[in-house]
Design a protein around this ligand. Structure first.
Ligand SMILES: Nc1ncnc2c1ncn2[C@@H]1O[C@H](COP(=O)(O)OP(=O)(O)OP(=O)(O)O)[C@@H](O)[C@H]1O
Ligand SMILES: [Mg+2]
Length: 323
């Protein structure tokens, strides 16, 4: 039985998920590697869609999903399981019911953790940010991925010390190669057992589609926002490149406040500067924030003016067509 401590997710399609040519292409390639029997690893900087893609692919596999987030503090038993607490067995002597005789004994209880559950039942494992865990904790994965065998600590409730991995078991990994405290270089042996797909920021079509889907703004407004963010990204002048999350934040704020990005709009400028200056700088980095605000100002002026002109002329043409 699966312990209540392990959360197993239903493989269901994600809300507002967009499937552009770019997304479909990566999905199909990943699914073909999985079909050939290999684990897939999405590697890319923040906001390149790694976690979302892993979940999307898991939903296509149509097996229950278990998810693990890499953690510096992880030990192998966090992944595999261990003896947790005590289970109290109570024996009530029903024959002498008046003399309520209870016998309690304490039994250490083995609890399978997520990795064991996924291997045992052939579920799909998503190991998000796996390089955040220490390599020693991840060593258990080597034989799982290669020999399809899982070594379990002895004393596991009298069960075999190893587990044959169910053939339906699939593993999808994600990692962020950016250098920051807490990320261990992924072990070479582990990386050699998976197919790594390097992800970059989304292409234009996908970035617009995601911005639109998440905010419900019109396509032309989503395009203005995406153009500004891509301009800032391509300027190469940010500490951290702005991501699709910046597009989503701006678009949702506009939607809620009923502000349009078209025309000479001070409120739109303010929202873009607030969101993008903070997204692309470390806390307290004032110089960088001010520089980003300057670039954003130029980009907002360039894009919403030129775009709103085309929107205006388009609507004029439409009006003319009705005259
Ligand atoms: N195909 C898609 N359809 C709709 N939204 C998407 C799609 N892909 C990504 N997103 C959205 O883009 C944002 C970034 O995606 P995600 O969280 O998957 O990136 P990530 O690479 O895992 O980032 P991090 O490294 O910061 O965890 C999220 O808000 C996510 O909902
Ligand atoms: Mg992620």
């Amino acid at each position: 039985m699966i312990d209540e401590m392990t959360t197993v997710l239903e493989p269901s399609p994600l809300p507002d998920f967009v499937e552009t040519k770019y997304v479909k292409d990566i999905t199909n390639r990943a699914l073909s590697y999985i079909k050939a029997g290999f684990p897939v690893h999405f590697r890319g900087v923040s906001g390149t869609g790694k976690t979302t893609l892993a979940m999307h692919i898991a939903s296509k596999i149509e097996r229950p999903v278990v998810m693990i987030h890499g953690d510096e503090e992880f030990t192998t038993s966090d992944l595999v399981g261990g003896e947790y607490g005590y289970r109290i067995r109570k024996v009530v002597d029903r024959f002498i019911s008046r003399v309520l005789k209870t016998e309690e004994d304490m039994v250490k209880r083995w609890v399978d953790n997520r990795l064991t559950v996924a291997c045992k039942y052939g579920f799909t494992l998503i190991y998000d940010e796996f390089t955040r865990s220490r390599p020693e904790a991840n060593n258990i994965l080597l034989s799982i991925l290669q020999e399809k065998m899982m070594d379990l600590p002895v004393g596991r409730g009298g069960e075999e010390p190893y587990l044959r991995v169910d053939p339906n078991f699939t593993a999808i990994f994600t990692s962020n190669p950016e250098e920051y405290a807490g990320v261990h270089r992924s072990q070479d042996a582990l990386r050699d057992r998976m197919i790594t797909m390097d992800l970059d920021h989304f292409d234009y079509e996908t970035e617009v589609a995601i911005t639109q889907a998440k905010s419900k703004l019109s396509k032309s407004y989503a395009e203005i926002i995406v153009n500004i963010i891509r301009g800032l990204r391509e300027s190469g002048k940010c500490e951290f490149a702005p991501t699709v999350r910046g597009c989503i934040m701006i678009a949702k704020t506009l939607k809620v406040q009923g502000i349009t990005p078209a025309g000479n709009n001070g409120a739109f400028m303010q929202i873009c500067q607030d969101i993008l200056a903070s997204e692309t700088s470390r806390v307290g980095s004032k110089t960088n924030q001010n520089r980003v605000k300057e670039i954003v100002k130029e980009l907002v002026e360039k894009h919403n003016v030129s775009k709103s002109k085309t929107i205006e002329s388009r609507s004029k043409k439409t009006e003319e067509a009705y005259v």
